[in-house]
Design a protein around this ligand. Structure first.
Ligand code: E4P
Length: 227
């Protein structure tokens, strides 16, 4: 399973990229707002992220509300950098926009997916990525991981050849809160987890690793002192 980072913060992206294990970035309007960014700077910000990421996919979300608006904005966002993926929230308008944009070779990440039928509709319309949310289910006392499992099975049951520019649909596990979400997503074969930087750092750490490093250091100090 690949890791994307779910943030629009340039410092977080830079640091996560330096780890050498990042395969992409997802952003959304809330994440951009959190950076303090202004509307006028949105496109430049997305281009900055896209450049930092080389050829890794970077999702930039359209705020258009009509099919025509999504097509126009989608074409524009995709023209900003070759690695920009257009993110659209699942709805009738975005399915129609996806159908048009996918035929033009634009990669779409269909977001705010909360059910397998939504994911199947998105993939059939030509979405390159589908993003089922996990944490927001947990937030309302439901089980995000079992909902994710339905999406994974339903998407992986079928061949998506001819549906989009890459002939494949990848599942981005979204709204990830914990290392256990990452484990469960990988166990069931989700292609990608997009993880906020805080949760990514939690994935890196384990108390037994810290303890082990401390005891190795202490023992090595004895070896050095015995010279
Ligand atoms: C997906 O691409 C979204 O940006 C994201 O995962 C939303 O997660 P949240 O529930 O933490 O806002």
């Amino acid at each position: 399973m690949k890791f994307f980072i779910d943030t629009a913060d340039l410092d977080e992206i830079r640091e996560a990229l330096s780890w050498g294990c990042l395969a992409g970035v997802t952003t959304n309007p809330s994440l951009y707002a959190r950076t303090g960014g202004k509307l006028a700077d949105f496109e430049d910000h997305m281009v900055k992220i896209a450049k930092m990421c080389g050829d890794l996919p970077v999702s930039a979300e359209s705020q258009a509300k009509t099919t025509e608006g999504m097509i126009e904005e989608g074409r524009h966002l995709a023209s900003l950098a070759p690695n920009i993926v257009v993110k659209l929230p699942i709805c009738a308008e975005s399915l129609a926009a996806t159908h048009t944009l996918a035929a033009e070779g634009v990669r779409i990440n269909m977001t705010l997916i909360f059910s397998a039928p939504q994911a199947l509709l998105a993939a059939n319309a030509g979405a390159r990525y589908v993003s089922p949310f996990v944490g927001r289910f947990d937030d309302i006392g439901e089980d995000g991981i079992s909902e994710l499992a339905n999406v994974v099975t339903c998407i992986q049951n079928y061949d998506w050849t001819g549906k989009n520019v890459d002939d494949e649909v990848e599942i981005i596990t979204a709204s990830v809160r914990t290392p256990n979400h990452v484990t469960q997503a990988a166990l069931m074969g989700a292609d990608i987890a997009t993880v906020p930087f805080g949760a990514l750092k939690k994935c890196l750490k384990h108390p037994l690793t810290d303890q082990g490093m401390a005891s190795f250091d202490a023992d090595w100090a004895k070896v050095v002192a015995a010279q």
